[in-house]
Write a protein that binds this ligand. Structure first.
Ligand SMILES: Cc1cc2nc3c(=O)[nH]c(=O)nc-3n(C[C@H](O)[C@H](O)[C@H](O)COP(=O)(O)OP(=O)(O)OC[C@H]3O[C@@H](n4cnc5c(N)ncnc54)[C@H](O)[C@@H]3O)c2cc1C
Length: 555
């Protein structure tokens, strides 16, 4: 008989506290349909799914978040948490009930240095937008909620002269995303190849639960065990058991369902339960993030290849050469022929003076950090492009801020250009949406999955664009349906891709999450027991299932 896994005995206790901060007179507000009309933007996100709500509220403190949740509980209203609404799976779209926008929780609450980790840490409100955070780090000036104390002021003096060396690496392309939304969807992006997803940069969270209980969760402090979990003690002395679910997670980027111990049995940090929970387990009000030193100049090479096979060979080579004397590889981003064609027509001519040469069919945008002391680091990259079968002479290189900015804008323009195509189709067929995969496979299956996508899409004859994070074997296959028939066939194809990807040991959602639009993929990834485990955890934290109704699970 297998031995029981080691477990902490008794279960670790998560001690909830009462909320802090002020409560404005008249808060929480009552339902006001006219207001909702004026605030229509809060009923949709970038998925273009449109919902409805009785009230949109903008709490300004932890106490207001808790008061709103308690009031919603008294009235039996569901609560949808909303941040930047740049999500593409409808997680922030309310299906009735109340919207809780975290956008006014946008202040910085602390700045510290951690000697052991060798990193500066910032404690930020969940509503802080990523672009504002990035600008503040570069300038070394943060929007503090309270004037910083003496030691913090001294640390800031030390930080400012070196501020441009430090960064918060997660970059989900759309920089109007807010920190709470990024954490709740474990966002990643191009630089995840080198630095991991948002989860890797979170050192602690403050979360308000559905009943108003507040949890302060520094990473590594309240480790539980999969299958056992924690005891939750509320401020009124009552307790509840929080079960930590047991199931394996794919060894790839992954953002579907709740996190647990990756191997199925092992330690679980409660911080990780809330990261990626898509607004269904609690409202994240503060996030402690780590900054990371990034030395050397940023550069980007657009490597061009005659076909996908050569591009996959290049990715393998770049993985093997990710740390070289002259450069470190930070990102490997793919665009297929259709995507390049779309950009050349719509965007590229206005953005870069060099047009992509006509002979290339696919491109890998290669993000690099150039190291000092090597005469021509890009020469080594050119050799690897040639070794993989690409054309080094035709490839483009950008070094430094202006060039990099242009290349980033091009990559950002692609999903937006595709969304515009879909919007045009929706004028005739309003029921249709873009069908975009978000699946990742282990390294050894990259060429195989690319071949599957290519063969099936060709056979189906569906208009499509493939682009994304090839360094993580994580491509977005975007099918743009022309009519309902295309849409139906595209959905079938998508379900088939999901089955194949899971059979390869991959993830059905590597970064966008499940939200309201991809719930049908959950059974492909998780068996019934795993899904039950998730439901038990959710019910333990939110017995009336008021948070994020319709997200992850059906209402
Ligand atoms: C053009 C474009 C490109 C994109 N590229 C990428 C990419 O490369 N990588 C990537 O990962 N994503 C990408 N995205 C998706 C999106 O930007 C990310 O998912 C982003 O992290 C969402 O942040 P947000 O603030 O907009 O969250 P929202 O959309 O407002 O919310 C997302 C989810 O989090 C929940 N939530 C929000 N705040 C909180 C909180 N404080 N507490 C609890 N739950 C909360 C919401 O209920 C919802 O379920 C892209 C989007 C666009 C439009």
């Amino acid at each position: 008989m297998a031995a029981d896994p080691p477990r902490p005995a008794p279960l670790p206790t998560l001690v909830g506290r009462s909320p802090r901060g002020g409560l404005r007179p008249g808060f929480p507000p009552g339902p006001a349909p006219a207001e909702v009309e004026r605030l229509a933007g809060y009923l949709a996100d970038e998925s273009r799914l449109r919902g409805n709500a009785e009230l949109v509220a903008f709490p300004e403190s932890e106490a207001e978040v808790a008061a709103l949740l308690r009031e919603a509980g008294r009235r039996g209203a569901g609560v949808t948490v909303s941040a930047g609404r740049t999500g593409v799976v409808g997680g922030a779209v309310p299906l009735g009930g109340w919207v809780l926008s975290v956008e006014r929780l946008d202040r910085v609450h602390g700045f510290t240095w951690h000697q052991q980790a060798g990193e500066f840490r910032l404690r930020v409100g969940a509503g802080l937008p990523l672009d504002r955070l990035q600008r503040a780090i570069r300038a070394g000036r943060f929007p503090f909620a309270e004037p910083p104390d003496g030691p913090t002021r001294a640390l800031l003096e030390e930080f400012r002269p070196q501020s441009t060396r430090w960064a918060f690496p997660p970059d989900p392309t759309e920089t109007t995303a807010r920190l709470g939304g990024m954490v709740a969807s474990n966002a990643s992006g191009a630089r995840t190849f080198a630095f991991g997803p948002t989860r890797a940069h979170v050192r602690g969270l403050t979360v308000v639960l559905a009943d108003g209980t507040v949890l302060d969760l520094p990473r590594g402090t309240f480790m539980g065990w999969a299958g056992h979990g924690w005891t939750l003690r509320r401020p009124d002395g009552t307790t509840a058991h929080l079960p930590a679910p047991v199931y394996g997670l794919p060894p790839t980027k992954h953002a579907a369902g709740y996190f647990t111990s990756p191997g199925g049995s092992g330690p679980v940090d409660p911080v990780d339960l809330f990261i990626g929970s898509e607004g269904t387990l609690g409202v994240i009000t503060e996030v402690e993030i780590a900054l990371r030193p990034l030395d050397g100049q940023e550069a980007e090479v657009v490597a061009l290849f005659p076909g996908v096979g050569e591009a996959c060979r290049y990715v393998d080579l770049m993985r093997a050469h990710r740390e070289e004397p002259g450069f470190a590889v930070e990102a490997l981003e793919y665009m297929d022929a259709g995507s390049l064609g779309l950009l050349q027509g719509a965007v590229l001519a206005g953005e870069v003076s060099n047009r992509l040469p006509g002979g290339a069919t696919v491109a890998v945008f290669t993000g690099l950090r150039l190291k000092k002391g090597v005469a021509d680091p890009l020469e080594a990259v050119g050799k690897l492009v040639a070794e993989a079968g690409g054309n080094a002479d035709d490839s483009l290189a950008g070094v430094g801020g202006v060039d990099i900015g242009r290349l980033k804008r091009i990559r950002h323009a692609l999903p937006e250009t595709i969304n515009a195509l879909v919007a045009r189709v929706r004028e005739t067929h309003p029921g249709l949406t873009k069908l975009a995969t978000d699946m990742a496979v282990p390294d050894r299956h990259l060429a195989e999955v690319m071949a599957v996508y290519d063969a099936d899409l060709r056979a189906a004859g569906l208009p499509h664009y493939i682009f994304g994070h090839i360094g993580n074997n994580h491509l977005h296959v975007n099918i743009v349906p022309r009519d309902p028939d295309d849409y139906g066939r595209g959905r079938d194809l998508y379900a088939g891709f999901a089955r194949r990807v899971v059979a390869m040991g991959g993830s059905v959602s590597a970064e966008h999450g499940i939200g309201k639009l991809k719930k049908y993929l959950m059974p492909a990834q998780f068996g019934p027991e795993a899904l039950d485990g998730m439901r038990r955890l959710r019910r333990a934290l939110d017995p009336d299932l008021r948070l994020g109704r319709g997200t992850l699970f059906d209402l």
